[in-house]
Design a protein around this ligand. Structure first.
Ligand code: FEO
Length: 170
């Protein structure tokens, strides 16, 4: 039986992950409108991964006799004035998601819910990778993105990203 607060936070995380998917789809939308299909591809795949994250929380709750309540998803409302803005917003967002996962981990730890802590271990590691990827994108954009040829090459590189299903299976 899941603790009430832990169950609530797990349910909220479904919404947060779907919001992340929606946010990254909005980033893809921005880049597509600028003719940068590689950046758009990167964020479309990112959006798919976020949907996977949401479904892992959904399935974990069901597997543990929890109740899933789907709430409305906020409208992505970031405003972008230059091509690097979504990359910076992406890093900021991942740092926020890391704080949510850590908060959830702390709540599970408080009630000695070792099963949820073990489930969350994958997300703790994943958040480290998400932040590294977001940081790397900013660094590479700052190095190459302000030169048209460099931007073209970066866009071509990001076009090569392919979707892979999450390594965590429930
Ligand atoms: Fe679901 Fe980007 O973390």
């Amino acid at each position: 039986m899941l603790d009430k607060k832990v169950a609530e936070l797990l349910n909220q995380q479904i919404n947060k992950e779907f919001y992340s998917a929606y946010l990254y789809l909005d980033f893809a939308n921005f880049y597509q409108s600028k003719g940068l299909d590689g950046f758009a591809n990167w964020y479309q795949i990112q959006a798919q991964e976020e949907k996977d994250h949401a479904m892992l929380f959904y399935q974990y709750l069901h597997n543990n006799n929890g109740t899933v309540t789907l709430e409305s998803i906020d409208k992505p409302d970031k405003q972008f004035t230059n091509l690097c803005d979504p990359l910076k917003a992406g890093l900021e967002h991942e740092e926020y998601v890391t704080s949510l996962i850590h908060n959830l981990y702390a709540a599970a730890n408080e009630v000695k819910d070792f099963r949820t802590m073990q489930f969350l271990d994958w997300f703790v590691k994943e958040q480290g990778e998400e932040e590294t990827n977001a940081n790397n994108l900013i660094t590479r954009f700052e190095l190459f993105g302000n030169d048209p040829k460099g931007l073209y090459m970066l866009d071509s590189e990001l076009k090569a990203r392919v979707y892979t299903a999450p390594s965590l299976v429930l």
